[in-house]
Design a protein around this ligand. Structure first.
Ligand SMILES: C[C@H](CCC(=O)NCCS(=O)(=O)O)[C@H]1CC[C@H]2[C@@H]3[C@H](O)C[C@@H]4C[C@H](O)CC[C@]4(C)[C@H]3C[C@H](O)[C@]12C
Length: 328
């Protein structure tokens, strides 16, 4: 399971949890402006917007290629891919369209679009195809959130075509398709961050005997529908200062509401899904923050501290080891 969300304070933030039972091996990866993208069907882009995000880097014709999971570009557009297993379906190649392989979707949008509005224009001419990166990497079955400070959309490629939805909740998880996730919010319209009043019956003296009872009924399990509701509630009620540390700290608390602990979600005999990493990107400043399952300290990488005019990927190994700051 995975969850992505956005958050607005003085700056605009987007991040995700990456939940899975094993890691493909990922690094925080900056693609500078002059790294040539050789798209499989859509030609070569020699110069483009720079981006930073989490990627598995693999050789492609002798050159390192960034297989992004989530990323943000220097214009403040960000994008995350989340599992959509059983529902994702990619199209066949159509000669009259711009054919984009599923693994190229994040770089194809982020390298060329300065806003979600520009991304929407690109999507009109795009045909998302199932071309694989390599034979040992079958096409990932995903759907995507694309956001900037003004707009948030979800893109789902299904057997009946490409769907683009506005995302007023600012959240994406996994199955079912996005319109069903949004519809389920209707069931929780009565939930509140305030204490409840007794609407049950005036014949009974019902009391709020504990704090937090306004949100009684908020689903606590790890299913993607429940995580969608829980993160939407947490995000929409979130209050924080607008400084960088206040905002980033609050963002990690929002996604912390759907953190997956080892042992609670068994996906095969003895195999458990966990939150491998949680990310938070300051999309205005191009800073990528992350924590990992064992490393709860917030680590940060600022793309503007690197030479963004270069032509080679800039890669940072994830700091995975947990640390305790002893005070005596
Ligand atoms: C497994 C990841 C998604 C995690 C997730 O959504 N878990 C939820 C599980 S469930 O639905 O609730 O069961 C996805 C997100 C991004 C994916 C990767 C990226 O798409 C980049 C390449 C794409 C290649 O086709 C496959 C390898 C790959 C390197 C992908 C491997 C894997 O599918 C990743 C890492």
């Amino acid at each position: 399971m995975c969850t992505a969300a956005t958050y607005q304070t003085k700056n605009f933030y987007m991040g995700r949890t990456l939940d899975y039972e094993f890691s493909y091996g990922n690094e925080v990866t900056i693609t500078p402006r002059n790294y040539p993208f050789h798209f499989r069907h859509a030609g070569t882009l020699s110069s483009h917007y720079a981006m930073i995000g989490m990627a598995h880097v693999a050789p492609d014709n002798g050159v390192d290629y960034p297989l992004y999971y989530d990323a943000c570009n220097e214009k403040g557009v960000c994008m995350a891919g989340l599992n959509f297993v059983g529902n994702a379906a990619y199209a066949d190649i159509i000669d009259t369209k711009e054919n984009v392989a599923q693994f190229e979707f994040i770089p194809w949008i982020l390298s060329q679009c300065a806003s979600v509005s520009e991304a929407k224009e690109k999507l009109v001419q795009m045909n998302l195809v199932g071309t694989v990166f390599a034979s040992h990497f079958p096409a990932a079955q995903l759907h995507w959130m694309i956001a900037d400070k003004s707009e948030n959309i979800v893109v789902e490629s299904m057997a009946d075509g490409l769907h683009i939805y506005d995302n007023p909740a600012g959240v994406l998880t996994n199955n079912p398709p996005f319109p069903m996730q949004m519809f389920a919010l209707n069931n929780y319209a009565a939930l509140s961050s305030r204490q409840p009043e007794n609407h049950f019956s005036d014949k009974l003296n019902l009391q709020a005997y504990s704090r937090g009872m306004g949100a009684l009924g908020l689903p606590g399990d790890l299913s993607s529908q429940s995580r969608f509701i829980r993160v939407a509630f947490t995000r929409l009620h979130s209050i924080s200062g607008s400084s960088e540390i206040d905002s980033v700290s609050q963002f990690f608390h929002i996604l912390g509401s759907v953190d997956q602990q080892r042992g609670c979600c068994e996906v095969a005999d003895g195999k458990y899904e966990i939150t491998i990493y949680t990310s938070c990107c300051n999309t205005d400043k191009g800073i990528y923050y992350y924590t990992t399952y064992d490393n709860h300290s917030i680590n940060g990488i600022d793309m503007h501290h690197e030479n963004l005019d270069s032509a080679e990927l800039i890669r940072f190994a994830v700091l995975d080891a947990g640390e305790i700051h002893w005070q005596n």
